[in-house]
Design a protein around this ligand. Structure first.
Ligand code: EPZ
Length: 418
């Protein structure tokens, strides 16, 4: 398995360009299966998860053609199989969106239970509850979810929790149901809005995405569309934190500043200078940073997917910070790795108490999941000496050209193929 070797303490400088949003791409690609025509998806990140999803679509009979590194033509006009029950699907959490997409188009779907990042229980009961409310019979056999309906019929659905996946999956299925569906307590994340925008360009009738009530009027068929994916909020946040943790000065380009408000507010509180442009943010960290408290929440709150990265930063801020993880049950597995680099963190359930240290010290660590891996890179960039990060395949699932982008900003980081 590949490793990254980082020699720390270089102040990052210059510019970095953010790629398309992973969590939007992995919803929009399955949605393309619903069209009886050709879609062209632009600004897709060039990452493992996207390649795997395209391979899955090919395997069920669609055609995915790369027009360039970031643009894929998806043609499912000749139809696809409604079964995606093979191994590749299990390796990809977002393959659950194939359930909603295939159910919408064929009124039946059989999809292997998703895998993905490893941080505790990741239920999909709310997705299935939504499908059932639309009239589908849903069963599970040997790790494969099977959903089938004579007709899908619009319904009023209240989500017990504002789940991103359930909101998107129900939106997909309801787009081709008879009548009107309302999703209350819907997730408001930027990728929910991006998926709704793409579906609307395909001919769907979705209103309210980005608020907590989404109204979907079902249509009979959808056509292909040309669509540009939004920039990745989490990749952008990772680079903003990278600039801060190295005392750097970096212009992060291809960004939607509004999506970054919760992080910007925290960096500001820590005394990092944040200058917003129209589609860029410049981060300047030239004074000692101050500890702050952070609580993760669904959007527009502080994203759980930036929790490990901000923990790395808080570890080298002056004073004590309290970090609270409100979204996932068990997202602190990486803390053990951060401790190997010298971090002082005590965990009590969902709360991490972090006492700032002067600096990290290089060590051998491993990426326990995608964002945990990002946090290891950030800590390594700020560490005295050399850090070797194992488990880079997790990082490759979500960050395009990760070592090149950091090298461009002046980081001493290289990959060892393994
Ligand atoms: C999405 O996962 C993202 N993944 C995750 O990003 C992200 O951490 C998460 O949203 C929260 O923002 C993708 O978009 C592919 P949820 P998702 O359903 O949709 C509970 C990354 O690093 N829940 O919003 O699976 C669940 O246990 C990844 O890029 C249920 O109880 O998350 C959790 O506590 C990791 N039942 C909370 O809701 C359900 O049926 C939020 O989960 C579904 C969820």
């Amino acid at each position: 398995m590949d490793k990254l070797v980082v020699k720390g303490r270089n102040r990052l400088r210059g510019e970095v360009t953010v790629s398309g949003a992973k969590n939007a791409a992995v919803a929009v690609i399955p949605a393309a299966v619903m069209a009886g025509g050709v879609s062209i998806l632009e600004n897709l990140p060039c990452i493992e998860d996207v390649r795997n999803l395209c391979a899955t679509i090919e395997k069920i009979g669609g055609k995915c053609t790369y027009l360039d590194k970031h643009t894929v033509k998806i043609d499912c006009s000749q139809g696809v199989a409604y079964q995606a029950d093979f191994e590749e699907v299990q390796q990809l959490r977002a393959s659950y969106y194939l359930l909603g997409a295939l159910l919408a188009r064929y009124k039946q779907a059989e999809v292997a239970m998703p895998g993905g990042c490893n941080f505790g229980k990741r239920p999909i009961d709310l997705h299935l509850k939504g499908f059932r409310a639309l009239g589908a019979v849903v069963t599970e056999e040997n790790g494969v979810i099977k959903a089938r309906a004579e007709h899908l019929k619009g319904a009023s659905i209240y989500l017990d929790q504002a789940s991103v996946g359930a909101t998107i999956n129900i939106m997909l299925a309801a787009s081709m149901a008879d009548g009107v569906t309302t999703i209350e307590n819907a997730a408001k994340e930027p990728h929910v809005v991006d998926t709704a925008n793409y579906l609307n360009m395909m001919g769907a009738n979705i209103k309210g995405a980005g608020t907590d009530v989404i109204r979907i009027k079902g249509v009979e068929s959808l056509k292909g569309a040309q669509y540009t994916i939004i920039p990745d909020q989490i990749e952008a946040g990772t680079y903003m934190i990278a600039a801060a943790i190295t005392g750097g000065d970096v212009l992060v380009k291809n960004i939607i500043p509004k999506h970054m408000d919760s992080l910007t507010a925290k960096l500001d509180e820590m005394h990092v200078k944040v200058d917003e442009g129209d589609d860029s943010i410049r981060i300047i960290a030239d004074t000692p940073l101050q500890a702050v408290n952070v609580k993760t929440m669904s959007y527009p709150g502080f994203p759980t997917d930036l929790q490990p990265q901000i923990a790395a930063l808080l570890s080298v801020c002056g004073g004590r910070s309290v970090l609270t993880e409100n979204v996932w049950d068990n997202r602190y597995q990486y803390i053990e790795e951060l401790r190997k680099l010298g971090a002082k963190v005590e965990i009590n359930g969902r709360i991490a108490v972090i006492d700032g240290i002067d600096h990290f010290t290089g060590a051998e660590v491993r990426a326990t999941d995608l964002r945990a891996g990002a946090a290891m890179i950030l800590a390594a960039l700020a560490a005295e000496g050399e850090t070797v990060i194992d488990g880079v395949r997790y990082i490759d699932r979500g960050y395009e050209d990760v070592e090149y982008k950091f090298q461009e900003m002046g980081a001493d980081i290289r990959r060892i193929k393994g």
